[in-house]
Ligand binder design. Sequence first.
Ligand code: FES
Length: 179
Amino acid sequence: MNREEVAEIVQRYHADRTATLAILQDIQAKCGYLPREALEEVARQLDQPISNIYRLATFFRAFSLHPKGEYVIKVCLGTACHVRGGPGILDTLERAFGVKAGNTTPDNKVTLEAVRCVGACALGPIVLVNEEPYGTMTKDKALKLVEDIKSRSVPVEPSPGAPPPRAPRDLSGAPAAGR
Ligand code: FES
């Protein structure tokens, strides 16, 4: 993201310091993470110490200071999902992809994350793949998901402007991580 693009976002909020959070959200939405250069530019344009910007950027879990993989897999470890086996699902995915939660595979294909309740407790344990929900997950379903993702060479992204999917996928049959 170049300086002009950062300026455009900052001006969207009239360079109002109280809108710093919204500015960071817009940058993350555009880049997928918060590049260091962009944060420095935000600090300069808002005439704030860079430490203030970093404090916000590191406080909220929704922000990332590093690029994420083509597939961001989130495993819910909220209470409902936890008691239904969420930790085991996460362990299965960590072993299968060879990375711990919070990390990205060396080929930048997968970022694995542990998250708190995503608001679909009745369908837990739940996993999100690029925000697409997969409910009533089991270790076997998780392994099918892994195989499906590993077999893909091109990421499947939601269409621009498409509404977020609502119904969790059922992986009881054939691998169904595609759309
Ligand atoms: S605890 Fe996982 S969706 Fe609520």
